[in-house]
Design a protein around this ligand. Structure first.
Ligand code: FNR
Length: 185
């Protein structure tokens, strides 16, 4: 069975390592997963004043999340947390009250950063928010990656065979996680 996966990248940087990682992951997945990327950069800063009448970009964003079978979050760490742009997207999707678009969407989280913590703290904060939003999130394997030159090869694939195999295992577990949750609905 084919599953529609919406990928949410927590960086707007043009040459983002996390965006590259997300694309590399899509290539490691089985043909049953169809990936689209969500553009969280088009969302204005959320204010509760929007609740009675969401702007068109926010309505489209919510529809894109709601149409997904699964979500894949790939995020950098900013100041030991997730970037504000990602939190802003989570807030938009959660509102107006009673219309939480994220609810029950099976998710995976991963990330890459320059620091030795490999986005661990950003992911922990993200997991906290996802738990509150009723998003069942794959627990293991955890993916904490530290970027260094040569991490991606010239085709954008993961250069290290060991890391590639590890990430292949992650995406396989993620697919099973999505399947399990879709089957329960
Ligand atoms: C960072 N960076 C960073 N790295 C890290 O490992 N832990 C951290 O807490 C932070 N904090 C942080 C704050 C801000 C505002 C910036 C701009 C950067 C460095 C970060 O890992 C690096 O910039 C990555 O390249 C960001 O990911 P993308 O944009 O390449 O996907």
């Amino acid at each position: 069975m084919a599953y529609q996966i919406e990928v949410v990248v927590g960086s707007l940087r043009r040459d983002s390592f996390n965006k590259q990682l997300a694309h590399a992951l899509t290539k490691l997945a089985s043909a049953d997963l169809n990936f689209s990327f969500v553009d969280i950069g088009v969302l204005p800063l959320y204010s509760q004043d929007y609740d009675p009448d969401f702007p068109e970009v926010a309505r489209k964003f919510k529809q894109q999340i709601e149409s997904a079978d699964g979500l894949l979050f790939v995020t950098p760490e900013y100041n030991r947390s997730m970037p504000g742009v990602l939190k802003n997207a989570l807030d938009w999707g959660s509102r107006p009250w009673g219309a939480n678009s994220w609810k029950d969407k099976p998710a995976g989280v991963c990330g890459i950063s320059l620091g030795a913590t490999g986005t661990a703290l950003a992911q922990q904060h993200l997991r906290n928010v996802l738990a509150y939003l009723d998003v069942p999130t794959l627990g293991q394997p955890e993916i904490f990656l530290k970027y260094s030159d040569g991490f991606f090869d010239e085709q954008g694939a993961i250069a290290s065979e060991d890391t590639r195999q590890f990430l292949q295992g992650f995406i396989g577990r993620y697919e099973a996680w999505v399947e399990r949750h879709v089957a329960k609905k």
